[in-house]
Design a protein around this ligand. Structure first.
Ligand code: FAD
Length: 418
């Protein structure tokens, strides 16, 4: 299996070789085969925005008629939908993180041991164990395998969804606060109340036959009808709030500003920040938070460093200014030091979405304020427009989103490339 692209150059190459095949995507995407040739493997690159959904959508519509690629576009837009949904219900993220630490402290030791064994690929159900090993070894699982495995964890092993989602979050190279948390909630039956996703052996035999036949031990535990819903309690406040407001254009308050790059958006050169002339650019990597707070796998930490380094390198070329990746145990303090070192009066960044970077903002803003430095956050117009549609379920979202995409395709404009 070729590794998931983790630089912009590799992401563009992978995307351009997949682009001619997006017309076959709808028919092939659900089949889980070795090497994953039926899917794009672009998720980590899209998640860190080494390549943007705008680029993928625009180039898809330039190359193919909408009717032939609707399923592909729909999947690409699921990420935006989940992000928009979470932006308006941030407590779902906060409460998940809180529950993960509570459960680790309070669950009986035998349940914690069982959770560790299932996550280590020792459940005794060979095909599920193969998926756990694949995730640990490669940092990737096919979407269908993610659904089966999450369902197995929740409804067959009767383990709390929060800890399963945490296992994914620690290992997936594309780990995305919105897609991961909300997909797990969907499998658990919390996202669409009353609807759970139940794993069935016949479904694996149909879509992953080579894998499930190779690994049949214990498969009676997932025989059709054997897995029944295991209800999960709702802990989060899912009341919809307002979408946070961000400007989509930036006017510096003085010449002394710098750009902060972070893992939610590593594409400043194709963004409203593209034409700026910053004094400096920096990204921050925080090993102690990765390890001690989020317990990320080594593979995941390396991939985070790699995408940050790629962003910093491209920024150096694009802006012709100092562009560095700073290893730090306290991002707020280090960002303040960096801004002072370059005598910045303002730091500008693409607005992070709900998740770890967003969680840093209050401390960061307070620290920069105390130094007399302003923090300004900007969001692409296309993101704001798409997020605003994620008020309820995916299908009303898609109805409106697809209408906009069709109009853009008909007009052959670069409407979504803002
Ligand atoms: C339990 C569970 C956990 C998940 N956790 C994550 C996660 O942490 N990060 C993540 O990026 N995706 C997550 N997904 C969604 C999906 O599985 C992955 O995006 C997809 O498998 C990535 O592989 P790909 O790039 O080859 O996808 P492709 O099939 O090639 O799809 C193209 C792109 O569309 C988007 N996409 C496709 N399917 C989905 C989906 N169901 N939800 C959201 N976006 C989608 C992704 O950006 C993906 O790269 C999760 C799904 C489940 C069921």
């Amino acid at each position: 299996m070729s590794p998931a692209p983790l630089t912009r150059a590799d992401a563009l190459a992978a995307w351009h070789s997949f682009l001619p095949h997006v017309v076959e995507y709808a028919a092939r995407r659900n089949h889980v085969v070795e090497g994953h040739p039926n899917v794009s493997r672009l998720s980590a690159a899209l998640r860190y925005r080494l390549i943007s959904e705008d680029e993928v959508i625009t180039e898809t519509l330039a190359a193919h008629p909408f009717s032939k690629v609707e399923k592909w576009l729909q999947e690409v837009c699921w990420r935006r939908y989940w992000k928009g949904w979470l932006e308006m219900r941030p407590d779902v993220w906060t409460s998940w993180r809180r529950r993960v630490s509570e459960l680790r402290r309070t669950l009986p030791p035998d349940i914690l041991r069982k959770a560790e064994a299932v996550a280590a690929g020792q459940s005794g159900v060979a095909c599920m164990d193969a998926f756990a090993h694949e995730l640990i070894d490669t940092g990737y699982l096919h979407n269908h395998a993610r659904m089966w495995w999450a369902s197995f964890w929740i409804h067959a092993e009767k383990l709390p969804w929060e800890l399963g989602a945490d296992f994914f979050f620690r290992h997936l190279l594309d780990a995305d606060p919105a897609s991961n948390t909300l997909s797990w909630r969907w499998v658990a039956g919390l996202q669409t109340p009353g609807k759970t996703y139940l794993v069935r052996l016949s479904n694996l035999e149909k879509y992953a036959s080579a894998i499930s036949l190779k690994a049949s031990a214990g498969s009676n535990r997932i025989a059709d009808g054997a897995v029944t819903p295991h209800p999960q309690k709702e802990w989060a406040d899912t009341t919809r709030g307002a979408l946070p407001h961000y400007e989509s254009a930036y006017s510096p308050i003085s010449e002394r500003y710098g750009i902060w790059l972070h893992p939610d958006d590593l594409l400043p050169e194709v963004s409203p920040l593209a034409k700026l002339m910053p004094k400096a650019v920096a990204a921050f990597s925080n090993q102690s938070v990765y390890q001690n707070h989020y317990h990320l796998s080594d593979h995941r930490i390396k991939s985070l460093r790699k995408v940050l380094a790629d962003g910093v390198t491209r920024a150096a070329v694009h802006y012709s200014c100092s562009s560095e990746m700073i290893e730090s145990a306290n991002t707020a303090l280090s960002l303040g030091d960096w801004a002072q070192r370059h005598q910045l009066e303002e730091v500008v960044a693409m607005a992070p979405t709900v998740g770890p970077v967003h969680d840093l903002l209050p401390q960061l803003r307070q620290h920069l304020n105390s130094l007399g430095i302003q923090l300004t956050l900007i969001r692409r117009e296309s993101g704001t427009q798409a997020f605003a549609l994620a008020k309820a379920g995916f299908f009303p979202f898609w109805e409106k989103m697809s209408r906009q995409l069709r109009t853009a395709a008909d007009a052959q404009t670069q409407f979504f490339f803002s």
